[in-house]
Design a protein around this ligand. Structure first.
Ligand code: UD1
Ligand code: UDP
Length: 374
């Protein structure tokens, strides 16, 4: 009998990292009967990814509310997930990462007494306030999970140190790297196109791509990030493209402080293939995104991270990622160093894959199969 596997996700990054995995499991119908439930914690940004990977969910809970609070999304999600487990009766629930959907999906599976697989397990900053609430979400999800898929040996060691039996952990690489390498290679060899007309970019200027959305930076942090971007945009040799996250706490300061500045293009979130294409064209990336931090090294792009702490130390240790926090002066100084010092820039633009080799989905599939057979 195939293993009835229920994938639960709701946001853009979960979708980017789980679609390659569920696609892989679907290619083995003799082993897996795959069902997909999306909470739609994100609506438009989730749909962009579902379309890119041609995934049609079996259940769409359509839960997003504009400006939703953590209380609203988590309570509505848990209530909506009860009938899903009753109807689908899965043998295994798969969640990814550290969002509200991840935590509520795991909790719902736990209440339904369904074993839980956690993709991208073991990331830690050991500071519950950074990132908030994600650090708590992943700690709690890890406590409930039965089978863990850390991307790297470092993440696996964190789990083992917390008492997770090592035989329940499988180092698989990050499935987001499966996605980015597939798109990078497709764009390079012409089998994929982004479909975006980039002629608005000035090839004589160096492109800086910015993304930011972390809750702990709302308010003063975002004001400071935006002021830094405005100062950098005053340089004649750079051009900034910033796909702006739709969260009102992001939209407000970004539109107030950066709209109509020359050298700054504020755009809507891009579909996944165009966004990878944009990153390929960039001179450097400035971001607080977890996924972009992982993808940047595979594309050979230096990354300045708008956070004080990261749960992804591997690329920092390799020298391609630098933490710069949200202080205006520090962001400007660190960016200018990279723009002005070619030797340092060349050292940082190393192409390497600390987070995966593009085969995480196959490893996760094999691990589930061998674990549940036991
Ligand atoms: C969530 C995750 C965060 C992840 C991020 C990825 C939690 C607590 N946070 O944060 O870990 O890094 O997603 O982007 O789970 N919105 C839209 N359309 C969309 C998506 C969002 O309009 O497609 C707006 C809505 O007003 C929504 C708000 O953004 O209420 C916030 O969305 P939410 O998922 O609660 O938080 P994020 O900041 O996106
Ligand atoms: N991304 C995208 N379009 C954009 C910006 C980002 O497809 O306009 C992708 C990016 O390549 C990465 C993921 O979204 O795979 C990261 O999502 P996000 O930054 O929202 O969340 P995080 O990774 O911080 O949880």
């Amino acid at each position: 009998m195939p293993i009835r596997t229920l994938f639960l996700f709701g946001t853009r990054p979960e979708a980017i990292k789980l679609c390659p995995v569920l696609r892989h499991l679907q290619s083995e119908p003799e082993h897996f009967d795959v069902k997909v439930c999306v909470t739609a914690q994100h609506r438009q940004m989730l749909d962009q990814v579902l379309e890119a990977f041609r995934v049609k969910p079996d259940v769409d809970l359509d839960l997003m509310l504009p400006g939703q609070t953590l209380f609203q999304s988590s309570s509505r999600m848990l209530a909506a997930l009860e009938p899903v487990f009753k109807d689908l009766k899965p043998d295994l629930a798969i969640v990814q990462g550290d969002t509200t959907t991840t935590l509520c999906g795991a909790l719902a599976a736990f209440y339904a007494r369904v074993p839980i697989g956690h993709v991208e397990a073991g990331l830690r900053t050991w500071d519950m306030a950074q990132p908030f609430p994600e650090e708590m979400n992943r700690v709690l999800t890890g406590r409930m999970a039965d089978i863990h898929f850390p991307a790297t040996p470092w993440a696996q060691a964190n789990l083992v140190r917390e008492g997770v039996p090592v035989e329940r952990t499988f180092v698989t690489g990050n499935s987001g790297i499966d996605a980015v390498l597939y798109v990078r290679d497709g764009l390079e060899n012409g089998t994929l196109t982004s479909g975006v007309d980039w002629s608005f970019l000035n090839p004589a200027k160096r492109l800086i791509v910015v993304t930011a959305h972390r809750r702990e930076s709302f308010g003063a942090g975002f004001e400071s990030i935006c002021r830094a971007i405005a100062r950098l945009a005053a340089r004649e040799d750079v051009e900034i493209v910033y796909p702006v996250h739709p969260n009102p706490n992001v939209q407000d300061p970004v539109n107030r402080l950066l709209a109509n500045l020359s050298n700054v293009h504020l755009i809507a979130p891009l579909d996944y293939i165009p966004f990878v294409d944009l990153m390929r064209r960039a001179y450097l990336l400035i971001t607080d995104s977890g996924g972009v931090q992982e993808e940047g090294p595979s594309l050979g792009k230096p990354i300045l991270v708008l956070r004080e702490k990261t749960e992804r130390p591997e690329a920092v240790e390799a020298g391609t990622v630098k933490l710069v926090g949200t202080d205006e002066n520090r962001i400007v100084i660190e960016t200018e160093i990279l723009l002005n010092d070619v030797v340092l820039y060349d050292r940082m633009k190393l192409v390497h894959n600390p987070y995966g080799d593009g085969h995480a989905s196959a490893r996760i599939s094999a691990a589930i199969h061998s674990f549940l057979r036991k």
